[in-house]
Design a protein around this ligand. Structure first.
Ligand code: ADP
Length: 387
């Protein structure tokens, strides 16, 4: 066992006992922990167990000479950068000195050596080693602190996002419930009063339609929330099949005819036939419905253009409105979760539609982009691979 000395650990390697003794005598009392090895192989056996400040290595040894030993030391995990001082009595030619340096040595001392010089050199290595350790420790501390700070910031951000989300989601879920409640109460009152039978059927239908649209809104919000959680947990899978984009767009537009009329949006449709691909039709419908709903919401009372075409070997779907538009600085973030560029006072919404559209496009290896200027309408462009 070697006790740990302040100056650090030194490995001295020489096949001659006398030389080891001499080195020991020179370095003893300097505060180093001296570990001796009588051969290159023995030196290697110590290499992964200690962190040496320097290694004094005799060049001429049987089996593994000093240079070969140094090469193995350089490949070790613990001491690959440890300074090696070659000690030699005879190889006093430049090429041998060069050989020592190639093997990674930092110094080369010829025997008989001057004890003061050897001690001075080792003392410098010891100081360097200590400084290196301190720097490594400081770097690890700084690194740990910055990792912790980043983790804290992320945690704070995600807590804030969660709170924001909960408040938006509850608001969004609550909004349709209030009118729904009122309609139900009105129905009940009519039944209690006995006025239900005599009520105008058109009025009853209107009341029911209002309730129905609130239920629709509720279920759409819940579907969106479920989709977001599926995307976030990576559980969304596509059900691919052949999809004709022109058919899909026509079908959705006809199912939205009433709604389009009620918000005063006339649709101008331009379609190229046989733009098709191997996609998930339900999800592509979802993307188109999101874009169309946004065009009706943010461009109410103005015409909407829908274009289906093949361009550069891609299927393209464009939805262009003449509504409020989107400022340049908001155009990237609106595709992210919960991001909105309008006040909830004027426009209801959770900021999930474009995020979901973006995720669906990602799964299809497609893209979704926006071209817009504030106050000058917006064009959303979906591009899908045709194969
Ligand atoms: P939501 O409409 O529920 O807010 P979306 O993810 O569909 O969620 O849209 C995110 C934001 O992008 C909207 O809040 C709005 O600021 C902006 N946006 C989306 N579509 C349009 C559009 N056609 N015109 C103007 N702004 C739009």
């Amino acid at each position: 066992m070697h006790s740990t000395q302040e100056g650090g650990k030194l490995l001295i390697v020489d096949d001659k006992k006398d030389n080891l003794l001499a080195l020991n005598a020179v370095l003893k009392g300097e505060g180093y922990d001296l570990i001796e090895a009588g051969s290159g192989l023995e030196a290697i056996s110590h290499i992964e167990n200690h962190d040496f400040i320097a290694i004094l290595l005799d060049v001429q040894m049987p089996v593994l000479n000093g240079f070969q030993t140094a090469e193995l030391i350089r490949k070790s995990k613990k001491n690959s950068n440890t300074p090696i001082i070659f000690l030699t009595a005879i190889y006093r030619t430049e090429s041998y000195e060069k050989k020592g340096y190639d093997a990674g040595a930092v110094d080369y001392i010829f025997k008989p050596f001057n004890p003061d010089i050897l001690r001075a050199k080792i003392s410098i290595f010891s100081k360097l080693h200590r400084q290196q350790k301190e720097i490594q420790m400081q770097a690890a501390l700084v690194n740990e602190r910055s990792v912790r700070e980043k983790e804290n910031a992320l945690l704070k951000e995600s807590l804030k996002a969660r709170d924001q989300f909960l408040s938006m989601a509850s608001h969004e879920l609550k909004t349709p419930i209030t009118p729904l409640n009122l309609q139900m109460q009105a129905f009940l009152q009519m039944i209690k009063d006995g006025t239900f039978q005599a009520a105008d059927p058109e009025r009853l239908e209107r009341m029911l339609m209002t309730s129905y649209s609130q239920v629709e809104r509720l279920s759409k919000t819940i579907d969106n929330l479920l989709d977001v959680s599926r995307f976030t947990t990576g559980q969304m899978e596509l059900q691919r099949g052949e999809v004709k984009l022109d058919d899909l767009v026509r079908k959705i537009l006809s199912s939205f005819a009433e709604q389009l009329k009620s918000v005063g949006c006339e649709v101008r449709l331009e379609v190229q036939d046989s733009v098709k691909g191997f996609w998930d039709s339900f999800r592509i419908e979802q993307v188109f419905i999101n874009l169309l709903s946004n065009a009706m919401k943010y461009g109410a009372g103005k015409p909407i253009e829908v274009l289906v075409r093949e361009k550069d070997n891609k299927a393209e779907l464009l939805v262009k409105d003449q509504g409020i538009g989107i400022a340049k600085e908001d155009q990237a973030r609106i595709f992210k979760r919960f991001e909105r560029a309008v006040s909830p006072q004027f426009y209801a919404g959770l900021g999930l539609g474009l995020f979901i559209a973006c995720e669906i496009m990602r799964l299809h290896h497609g893209t979704i982009d926006v071209e817009s200027e504030l106050g000058r309408g917006a064009t959303f462009i979906v591009r899908l691979p045709m194969e």
